[in-house]
Design a protein around this ligand. Structure first.
Ligand code: IMP
Ligand code: MG
Length: 181
């Protein structure tokens, strides 16, 4: 299946909205069972914002009462090649010490972003740190990190939509797809 997406490129659908919604609800059930009632959910901006918003509501449905705070990290410029070095673009405001933190990211690729965020939360005294990623790409891990909760193991393509971008475009798509070359 493919659709025309603005500004005129063809996007092939990898995960339709309905499939994402179903998976997000299942993930929330797993997370609520493993982390208890009041985790501090920390989405990594910007790519995870739609996933995190859906996950938060699904956690409510699963009986949890999570707090949420945000961190903005970047390991990319505007292109599709990771620069390898992670920078804090926006820091958290919440007290991290003593909290059960759930880091939420869109994609686990080299693992540098997730490892950086997990180390930071641990250094700030989190009682526990777990992580949830919507997509995990194969064969790209460069650091020793694992995600505790994974939405989908996805093909090794540069994906867009459902909050994810390429050079700031296509975050608004309700599905996840890749740009056809
Ligand atoms: P890592 O640090 O190499 O694991 O890269 C993870 C970060 O890179 C994620 O937070 C994403 O924002 C970004 N990223 C990696 N692959 C893609 C992609 O295919 N589309 C959009 N963003 C991506
Ligand atoms: Mg990101």
């Amino acid at each position: 299946m493919s659709r025309i997406a603005p500004p005129g490129a063809r996007i092939s659908v990898l995960y339709p909205a309905e499939e994402i919604g179903k998976r997000v609800r299942a993930l929330a059930g797993e997370i609520a069972a493993a982390m208890g009632r009041d985790p501090l959910v920390v989405p990594i901006l910007k790519g995870s914002f739609i996933f995190a918003a859906d996950l938060l509501r699904a956690l409510h449905e699963a009986g949890a009462e999570p707090d949420m705070d945000f961190i903005g990290l970047s390991s990319y410029g505007t292109g599709t090649l990771s620069l390898g070095e992670v920078r804090i673009l926006r820091d958290t405001e919440a007290e991290i010490a003593g909290r059960d933190v759930l880091i939420v990211d869109d994609i686990l690729e080299s693992g540098r972003t997730l490892a950086f965020a997990a180390d930071l939360m641990a250094a700030r005294g989190a009682r526990s740190v777990k992580s949830c990623v919507l997509l995990r790409k194969p064969g790209k891990l460069a650091v020793d990190v694992t995600a505790d909760f994974v939405g989908f193991d996805c093909p090794d393509r540069f994906v867009v939509g459902y909050g994810m971008d390429i050079a700031h475009a296509w975050r608004q798509l309700p599905f996840i797809g890749f740009v056809e070359r």
